[in-house]
Design a protein around this ligand. Structure first.
Ligand code: NAD
Length: 508
């Protein structure tokens, strides 16, 4: 075991101290946090009790009642300060993401950059939040719409984007006039503590934000359930597995709360005969192996046209055989560890099922000599299937890329759309008809459909989310802000008459 790995808990401690997290928040508690880099326990957090959750939500509700009256551009000033504090903390928070989740450093830093980007976006938005003015059928009347805050926005986040998802939600929710209560993944609460410490500095500089505007809940699924069921939580943004969404959605519907669901993906790409194969190779490699296959947008299924299959797939197999798997802090590493043993077991199960159905499996074995038995490093797996059937139809949250040979674009698009999830997708082609068909209504059924870019690595300017079992939610750019506000339609009569709509008469 290397020197760097044995000193991991103290490195985490130093980072948390630099980021301004009080030591009492991550020592002596009952929630053990392990780093996937070595499998060591790096902190023990105190968990929020259900009674404390309810109190935190009540504080947030009170904060919202004051915050909604603050002009939106002034609310934007808080988010501008948050962006400044994140810029100052980018290196440390990015490294903490690496240590807690196992991402390579450029991806850890990239996640913080995404937070900064959405802050910038939200600051601009704080001077917009437009409603329409609409032509009315009645003389001397005006009809318009106004957007108002919703209340408390709950955020439940997954382990694999431990901080960016909060910021996508919080930056928009705050400028829209809401308070935010966050339940991060129980696997990655340290980066959440650090993020809240950073946000506290922005709040202190802002000066007069109401107490309770940003609350953090530390704990497991049961704590998330309290958040889901609390009547003050008017919007619940839940990011995680489809199984989680299936549990959460009916509870929210039962009390008519608004849900933003960002659930699992089973993303695919199509490589057509005209594709630039060098570019496709690079796009596929990053999308399928980056973040060790643990992105919601990871490329998991690849449909390659018969005419280019025997050129592209052997090249891909070579890239898979040589990509550097290891401690993410080691120079040259592109594939870090799986988050835990359950992820490793899920991957091995899917590979065994694939072999049983006659697939050719390249890679996929555990790499034992990196950090001892408590860490789970694997060679990424490339699985050549005869048929689009079996485990390829479900999301396995690990670096497995299933490859299937196709003959016609119609067949590829049928397979593409034949899974439960509908998050992200792409086509590699230089043929305009194929590209347009893929993006058309009878093409990809996903929330994201790219051309000559892999499915992963979205920018914050676009709306992010997917259809079907991905949950239908949209976050981040475009008009996603509308999910954090309620719309009032206002009709104003400035005449002395009272004409009724649709010519209705009611003369008294
Ligand atoms: P997970 O579903 O196990 O947990 C996610 C969060 O939900 C955690 O905070 C967990 O405590 C909470 N939770 C689980 N069950 C709950 C319940 N019944 N009530 C309330 N809270 C509950 O997911 P994970 O393993 O952390 O993350 C991986 C999954 O997340 C993958 O399926 C991935 O595709 C998905 N994901 C989706 C997006 C997206 O934007 N669509 C982004 C990141 C991850």
């Amino acid at each position: 075991m290397s020197e760097a790995i044995t000193s991991l808990p103290s490195e985490v401690d130093q980072l948390l101290q630099r980021l301004g997290v009080p030591r009492a928040a991550y020592t002596g508690g009952t929630l053990a946090v392990r780093s996937p880099i070595s499998g060591e326990t790096i902190a023990n957090l105190s968990q929020t009790s259900p009674a404390e959750v309810t109190a935190a939500i009540a504080r947030a509700h009170t904060a919202y009642q004051a915050w909604r009256n603050v002009p939106a551009p002034r609310r934007g000033e808080l988010v501008r300060l948050l962006g400044e504090e994140l810029r100052a903390a980018k290196a440390d928070l990015g490294l903490l993401v690496t240590l807690e989740v196992g991402k390579v450093p450029s991806e850890g830093a990239g996640e913080v950059q995404e937070m900064i980007d959405i802050c910038d976006f939200a600051v601009g938005l704080s001077r917009q939040l437009y409603g329409l003015t609409i032509a009315t059928e009645r003389a001397e009347h005006r009809m318009m719409e106004t957007w108002h805050p919703m209340g408390v926005v709950g955020v439940i986040s997954a382990f694999n984007f431990p901080v960016a998802v909060w910021c996508w939600n919080a930056a928009l929710a705050l400028v829209c006039g809401n308070a935010v209560v966050w339940k991060p993944s129980e696997k990655t609460p340290l980066t959440a503590l650090a993020t809240v410490a950073i946000a506290q500095r922005a709040l202190a500089r802002f000066g007069d934000a109401p107490a309770g505007l940003l609350e953090l809940l530390v704990g497991q699924r049961d704590i998330g359930e309290v958040l889901v069921d609390d009547e003050h939580v008017k919007v619940l943004s839940a990011t995680g597995s489809t199984a989680m969404g299936k549990a959460v959605a009916p509870r929210l519907a039962g009390r008519f709360a608004r849900a933003i669901l960002e659930l699992g993906g089973n993303n695919a790409a199509i490589v057509t005969p005209s594709a630039d194969l060098d570019l496709a190779l690079r796009g596929i490699a990053f999308a399928a192996m980056g973040t060790a296959g643990q992105r919601c947008t990871t490329l998991r299924r690849l449909f390659v046209h018969d005419s280019v299959y025997d050129t592209l797939v052997p090249q891909l197999a070579k890239v898979y055989a040589k990509v550097q798997v290891g401690d993410p802090r080691t120079a040259g590493t592109l594939v870090g560890p799986l988050i835990d043993r359950a992820a490793f077991d899920g991957m091995q199960k899917a590979l065994a099922e694939s072999r049983a159905q006659g697939a050719t499996v390249h890679g996929g074995a555990r790499v034992e000599d990196i950090a001892g038995g408590a860490a789970y490093y694997v060679r990424p797996a490339l699985v050549e299937l005869q048929d689009h059937a079996g485990p390829v139809l479900r999301e396995t949250f690990a670096p497995i890329l299933y490859v299937v040979r196709y003959q016609s674009l119609d067949q590829a698009i049928d397979w593409h759309n034949a899974v439960g999830a509908g998050l992200s997708s792409s086509i590699f082609t230089l043929n305009m008809r194929e590209a347009e068909r893929f993006m058309a209504s009878n093409g990809s059924d996903c929330g994201i459909a790219n051309v000559n870019i892999g499915p992963s690595g979205a920018e914050i300017g676009g709306a992010f989310g997917g259809e079907k079992e991905t949950g239908g939610g949209r976050e981040s750019g475009s008009d996603s802000w509308k999910a954090y506000m309620r719309r009032a339609t206002n009709t104003i009569n400035y005449s002395t008459a009272l004409p009724l709509a649709q010519g209705v008469k009611f003369d008294i």
